[in-house]
Design a protein around this ligand. Structure first.
Ligand SMILES: O=C1C[C@@H](O)[C@H](O)[C@@H](O)C1=O
Ligand SMILES: [Co+2]
Length: 298
């Protein structure tokens, strides 16, 4: 289905140690995490909270295992703080990723986000941007896109549960109001299906803008509980709403087919945060790797 070298396969460390809930997998070491990634057949990773920030040390540890850095998450606060605050943090993050050889930078607007709150119901209290906040977001993202271009990099916007860019309408407005040369889209299957969006519609509509893909599956019965019992995003994660491709309800075959037909090049990142005490990260990495081979030939 995919041509040779068209797509590279990464896995995020969030299944081993969770960045949003550091107590999940707190005991796992950086070396264990990247060794198991390599052993499971992945050649890329995103950056987690246990990774050394010294690029020399990080490069050596990764090279020994044949792993490259695909990207790393960046929280912007364009709607809630002065642009200069986001700019300074972004430049540091951009330069780190550039040094590590990545060419895309994951950006997610965290102004008014409830994704880090343990008690706030994710479906009832997600933020909705005002007109003024939309303007700040669009202008700020254009400026981050320009800063990324200085290093020949792109920003890829991560739509996310519990944030102002979660639903189909919000993604559509963001795509309509931003310049395609400055702002690309990160396509995360798990967040779309969890939110109740049509993930194939988003894929086909914004295919030209998609430059990074997070492969995340959903346990539908947990997602339903999150709605019915008004759980927060973090409680949903702890409760097992996310899992690896092949272990939940999403059929990834049409996703792979559409991306391959469109000639997508870049990274696929398996990203399945769940409690590592309940879902052994190495076992689940192997499960994901097997499923991707069976459904896409990769
Ligand atoms: O890309 C991601 C990074 C995480 O920190 C986040 O909360 C997760 O759900 C995600 O999709
Ligand atoms: Co993601």
């Amino acid at each position: 289905m995919f041509m040779d070298k068209q797509v590279k396969l990464a896995i995020a460390p969030i299944g081993w140690t969770n960045d949003d809930l550091p107590e999940l997998g707190g005991e796992a070491t950086f070396e264990q995490c990247i060794s198991e990634m390599a052993l499971a057949g992945f050649t890329g990773s995103e950056v987690g909270n246990k990774y050394p920030r010294d690029t020399g040390i990080l490069k050596k540890a990764l090279e020994l295992r044949g792993i490259s850095i695909a990207s790393a998450w960046f929280s912007s606060f364009l709607t809630s703080k002065p642009f200069e605050d986001t700019k300074a943090a972004f430049i540091e993050h951009r330069d780190f990723l550039h040094e590590m050889g990545a060419d895309v930078i994951v950006v997610s607007e965290q102004g008014n986000s409830i994704q880090g709150q343990m008690e706030t119901p994710v479906f009832d209290q997600k933020p909705v941007f005002t007109e003024e906040e939309w303007q700040l977001l669009v202008d700020g993202l254009h400026r981050l896109g320009d800063l990324a271009a200085e290093k020949d990099m792109k920003i890829v916007y991560h739509h996310h549960m519990g944030t102002g860019i979660q639903t189909t309408d919000e993604i559509a407005r963001l795509m309509d109001e931003t310049d395609a040369d400055k702002v690309s889209l990160l396509y995360d299957t798990g967040h779309l299906v969890f939110s109740g969006e049509d993930h194939l519609h988003i894929l086909k509509t914004y295919m030209d803008r998609i430059r990074h893909v997070h492969l995340k599956d959903i346990r539908a019965e947990v997602a339903q509980k999150v709605r019915d019992e008004k759980w927060s995003f973090l409680r949903a994660v702890k409760g097992g709403v996310f899992t690896v491709p092949g272990d939940g309800v999403i059929d990834f075959k049409p996703v792979f087919e559409a991306l391959s037909e469109a000639g997508y090049t870049g990274w696929f990142v398996v990203e399945a945060e769940q409690d590592p005490a309940l879902a052994n990260p190495f076992e689940y990495a192997l499960k994901a790797r097997r499923y991707i081979r069976e459904t896409s030939g990769l």
